[in-house]
Design a binder for this molecule. Structure first.
Ligand SMILES: Cc1cc2nc3c(=O)[nH]c(=O)nc-3n(C[C@H](O)[C@H](O)[C@H](O)COP(=O)(O)O)c2cc1C
Length: 187
């Protein structure tokens, strides 16, 4: 299975640092998964404005293809203005509504305040529910104080929770293999 670790921001470093840690843990639980980091900052983003898909820049088209063709995802987001970054929502707006269906997903998020962990519950999870992803019940929210100056995660409890997230995510990957992709539409 191809798993994308999606760093869903063009601004900031901590989400990328969290994903590298999650990658290590997933590899420990299932070395057969193909893991790839997809960093939004590596692409030139354009707003979804209704033009034909082939008129967006080539890199962005490749990014969207990668997103649609992966078998599972770890989405990493910072909290911006009590929400997810616009660039992440914009990427979701490109996707075919069926492209993520029944695919396993885990979420990691980072914010500057402790209170905004509910952004994951109230804003990101509903989008993934719309896509009918298999979202793991555990997600990890980190705060700037969980990192050192080089953005290494120094908090033991965060490390344990990331490990647990990886363990459950790998189980969801197995479960997703047993689910048929062909279903009736229920919009
Ligand atoms: C435009 C902007 C808006 C932000 N809004 C919030 C917010 O509403 N809640 C919050 O907890 N942190 C907020 N932050 C803080 C970021 O989530 C935090 O700076 C970031 O996760 C730190 O990681 P970094 O070192 O990777 O930038 C905001 C940061 C920026 C740049």
């Amino acid at each position: 299975m191809k798993i994308l670790l999606v760093d869903g921001t063009v601004l900031g470093r901590k989400t990328g640092a969290i994903l590298k840690q999650v990658q290590t843990y997933i590899e420990q639980y299932d070395p057969n998964l193909q893991l790839e980091l997809l960093t939004f900052a590596d692409y030139k983003h354009e707003i979804v404005d209704g033009r034909p898909f082939d008129q967006y820049n080539e890199g962005l088209q490749q990014m969207i293809h990668k997103l649609e063709q992966a078998d599972g995802y770890i989405f990493a987001t910072p909290i911006f203005q009590g929400s997810i970054p616009g660039v992440l929502k914009n990427a979701f707006d490109f996707l075919n509504p069926k492209a993520l269906r029944y695919k396993p997903v885990s979420i990691v998020a980072n914010g500057g305040t402790y209170q905004h962990h509910l952004v994951v519950e109230n804003q990101l999870k509903p989008i993934l529910d719309y896509f009918r992803c298999l979202v793991t019940p555990n997600y990890v929210y980190t705060h700037s104080s969980h990192f050192d100056e080089d953005n290494n995660i120094t908090d033991e409890n965060v490390q344990e929770r990331l490990k647990e997230l990886a363990r459950v995510f790998v189980k969801y990957c197995e479960m997703s293999k047993t689910l048929p992709k062909e279903t009736i539409d229920q919009h």
